[in-house]
Design a protein around this ligand. Structure first.
Ligand SMILES: Cc1ncc(COP(=O)(O)O)c(C=O)c1O
Length: 408
């Protein structure tokens, strides 16, 4: 086993850390929730506010190509996801994009009406499905939520679309996107993947795997900033589907102001209204930090970071019996390690107080997220050493760590 120092010395992506504006006294292991701020994003914000908006005002829509940003940033995202140009939009947020994608899938698959989803999917994914079912009524939409383990034995021949997470937000388990997509297609259904926790760290191979639709956010491993826009991928073969929220930005001729809707051709029809230019510019700049870095190299480093974490955990007498919810098999592991700790919330607060920035999910899960762009092996070691010390001293029992914050 290589030492932490050797791992950092041999890390060919280690130089990327300098692109980020991270405090030196903290180990930021929460890129799975909110990515770090890069210097290029900071500079882009100055530029878009002071020069583009400040100097060009309304003219910026023409002179700075603001109108095309959702497609331009979408294509940059698509390149990281294995999509072809013209299949990905950066817009709205994951939840809204999911609504559009599910409705489009139901339309394409009529008279099939079932949305099969995982019972423990991220909350919004199932809320959006339920909302659509209420809106369309039982003749046109029915949501069936199943445990993911039951997918193999569920008859999908009546399913319109199967809606799943590529990486589970609680456990960090990474699903077999190729195998599941094939199985869903064999039953004549479409597949919709939520890439929130994989975009930027794992190649989902959207084209190679014949994925029909996908949604995701850009504020996690893509570092687009708090509340940054989401993305929507629709395979070209499905571009005839209608956008259920048809707005002027998706119209064939938006400045004709026609009284009725005529959809634009291509992915543009899935736009609805005006997008946030400032946020979109942040995403654009954040994606530039990926230029010249292969997604396979990022995946390899992400797995090396989590391997090191698991190995240090196993070798420490205080932590070796802690339950790890994340699969040990690297091909089934996302870019986070989720530990089940009965006193999880106060432990997460004690870690944060000592500069190890993690997060907590009910009822007892502490998540350690690893960004291959800016995390080091020394930070991984520091996280395990600090966790062991907190568990050994039981300092998490201190009253100040019990107070619940709104965002955990
Ligand atoms: C897996 C997953 N799906 C969906 C969402 C919701 O995304 P948004 O709030 O941007 O719509 C999140 C947010 O963290 C998420 O982690």
């Amino acid at each position: 086993m290589k030492t932490t120092e050797q791992l950092d010395r041999d890390d060919t992506l280690g130089f990327l850390r300098q692109l980020y504006d991270l405090p030196n006294d903290k180990c930021y292991l929460d890129g799975n929730s909110l990515g770090a701020l890069s210097h290029s994003v900071k500079a882009a914000m100055e530029e878009v506010v002071n020069r583009e908006w400040g100097e060009s005002l309304i003219g910026g829509w023409n002179s700075h190509g603001w109108l095309e940003l959702p497609l331009r940033v979408g294509d940059k995202l698509g390149a990281l996801l294995g999509a072809s140009a013209g299949e990905t939009l950066c817009c709205d947020n994951l939840s809204i994009n999911l609504f559009k994608a599910l409705a489009a899938a139901l339309e394409l698959q009529a008279p099939r009406k079932k949305i099969i989803t995982e019972a423990t999917h991220f909350s919004t994914d199932n809320y959006i499905g339920e909302g659509l079912a209420r809106l369309l009524g039982p003749d046109r939409c029915e949501v069936v939520a199943i445990p993911l383990n039951d997918l193999d034995t569920t008859d999908l021949h009546e399913a319109a679309v199967v809606s799943l997470a590529h990486v589970d937000f609680r456990t960090g388990a990474c699903r077999d996107i190729a195998g599941i997509t094939k199985r869903v297609h064999n039953a004549g259904a479409l597949v919709l993947w939520d890439l929130a926790h994989s975009a930027g760290v794992i190649d989902p191979g959207l084209n190679a795997n014949q994925v029909d639709m996908a949604v995701g956010c850009t504020y996690k491993f893509l570092n687009g900033g708090p509340g940054a826009p989401g993305f929507l991928y629709v395979a070209e073969r499905h571009h005839q589907a209608m956008n259920p929220i048809p707005g002027w930005m998706g119209h064939a001729d938006l400045f004709a102001f026609e009284s009725s809707y005529r959809p634009a051709t291509g992915i543009r029809r899935f736009l609805t209204g005006t997008q946030s230019v400032i946020s979109m510019k942040a995403v654009h700049a954040a994606l530039k930090d990926f230029d010249g870095v292969s997604i396979d190299a990022l995946r390899a480093k992400s797995l090396a970071l989590s391997d090191h974490f698991l190995s240090l955990l196993d070798h420490n007498p205080v932590t070796r019996d802690v339950t790890c919810l994340t699969p040990r098999n690297p091909s089934q592991r996302g870019s986070q390690i989720s530990l089940r700790l009965p006193m999880g919330y106060p432990i997460s607060q004690a870690l944060i107080a000592r500069g190890i920035i993690v997060d907590f999910r009910e009822p007892d899960i502490v998540r350690f997220g690893f960004s291959p762009l800016y995390n080091s092996f020394a930070e991984v070691q520091s996280a395990v050493t600090t966790l062991a010390d907190i568990l050994r001293t039981e300092c998490y029992r201190d009253a100040r760590y019990q107070q619940r914050q709104t965002v955990t």
